[in-house]
Design a protein around this ligand. Sequence first.
Ligand code: ADP
Ligand code: MG
Length: 388
Amino acid sequence: MNEAILPGATLGVLGGGQLGRMFTLAARRMGYRINVFAPEDDTPAGQIAYREFRAPYSDLEAVRRFASEVAVVTFEFENIPSETVAAAADLAPVRPDGTLLHTTQHRLREKRALAAAGVPTVRFVAIEGAEDLERAAREVSGPGILKTAAWGYDGKGQVRVNRPDALASAWAEIGHAPAVLEAVAPFEREISVVGVRGLDGSIALYEPIENLHVDHILDVSISPARIDERTARRAKEIARTLLEAWAVVGVVCFELFDLGDGELVVNEVAPRPHNSGHLTVDAHLTSQFEQQVRAVCGLPLGSTDAVSPAVMVNLLGDLWAEGEPDWAAACAHPGVQLHLYGKVEARPGRKMGHLTAVAPTVEEAARLAHGARAALTATPDRQLAGVD
Ligand code: ADP
Ligand code: MG
């Protein structure tokens, strides 16, 4: 067994967003110190870190200074340049390692890595130059989604292509960047499996979580997902296969499309805790963030057992359109926990926080979560019908 990094040590996080904030909260509770490296000031993670390093990711000297002061480096943001990770890795172990990050930063590399592990994905064609357009339009003849290969998140860099002859203009819309054209998957539902692999190779998997998106951004997560036993088993089998094939150390989230009849394809992979796993903080014995702490520190993993069914609803910047939401009104709902990320500026589509409701059934949890979110602005919750 490798030497564990024990409480009292300082851990480093690349990226200052809400995932880093919740990782920091979990690590602090366990007695670790956290240093955060981010290009911005007053970040969600930096606000509660022990030290906040502010520098661009391209400032490799600053990255080295940051890494020299910590026992291990992890990341909470996927679009960290490879050179930054490599510079950090000269001075401290980076977990998960830079290879997995490099793979998942690029949709084509990711899909190829999935195929190499024998795991199915949606039908797709690579578009690396104008000469690929014709073949792509032929092979994805029905409705498709064009996605930039790199730097996309929360639906950014994606254009719906309803007809093959719209492909060229869609590609122009994303600046002729390397891309993939995916067939629109006729899924019954979207689910995710959050999994973690420890330094000793042990694996822990959460039960699948069901996810509802609005405008390509996660809106609602439901735990457990409303799927049959066979589908749940298959989803976890895919997660385990990939965690092992890639020898991951850390938390990874696998986003899956459930096509019905137990058929699953992987949509994408996030090599870090994930928005759909936020409900593990309130509804599971060990949160995804604590698992990340345990894994990167070489500690035994925690139990993934659920304490209760739960529903999480995201709070996007749009909720601020009419002014500050009514937090007291949302807190008046018992069973609902408020999480805010400390972001000062509320922009439409920006993830500002979330609510998690726990209840004896997911239906009841959904009513609570949506009721609390509606109370924030005194307007009906647009997704209420979808989960009820
Ligand atoms: P992001 O990196 O922005 O999360 P995703 O590829 O996960 O990008 O796309 C976001 C959402 O858009 C998905 O969760 C799903 O709801 C929808 N979507 C993406 N690709 C497809 C597809 N091929 N078929 C159907 N829906 C899709
Ligand atoms: Mg996604």
